[in-house]
Design a protein around this ligand. Structure first.
Ligand SMILES: [Zn+2]
Length: 145
């Protein structure tokens, strides 16, 4: 496990990006119905929750001068999770459990929200110094432990 999930980029999400809001993930006249059904089966309600996160502008792209780019997603519980879109990682417990350990999900709602916001260009942008970004990542590491 762990090798899946590298091929669900562009076309699928861009078909949703034009009609986001109001349960867009639930009904879609796109040309890849079979694949869509498969994705919905895998993601379940997290697709709807991810759209909700995007709508509430909960996704922030944080970049530093050295070129590091991480996403932070403000979860519904008020906790902030760090997502690394480049290597398909999120720091939330659901990702660790369902994706990494059990392998029965491809991603969590936070990562889904990150990918959606990349396409719809709705993420907040924040530039920080390298030290600040290091602090962000270090804090996240400490909370994990
Ligand atoms: Zn997550």
């Amino acid at each position: 496990p762990g090798e899946r999930g590298t091929c669900h980029g562009g076309s699928y999400w861009s078909s949703h990006a034009t009609s986001r809001g109001g349960g867009a993930a639930e009904r879609d006249g796109g040309g890849c119905a079979g694949r869509r059904a498969e994705l919905k089966f895998v993601f379940g309600s997290s697709a709807v929750q991810a759209l909700d996160l995007v709508d509430r502008r909960s996704v922030t792209l944080i970049s530093s001068p050295s070129g590091r780019r991480v996403y932070q997603v403000l979860g519904s519980s008020g906790r902030t999770y760090t997502c690394l879109a480049s290597c398909h990682y999120c720091s939330c417990p659901a990702f660790a459990f369902s994706v990494l350990r059990k392998g029965d999900s491809l991603l969590c709602k936070h990562l889904l929200a990150v990918y959606l916001s990349q396409i719809t260009r709705t993420c907040q942008q924040l530039s920080v110094s390298d030290k600040q970004l290091t602090d962000i990542l270090s804090v996240e590491k400490t909370q994990e432990a």
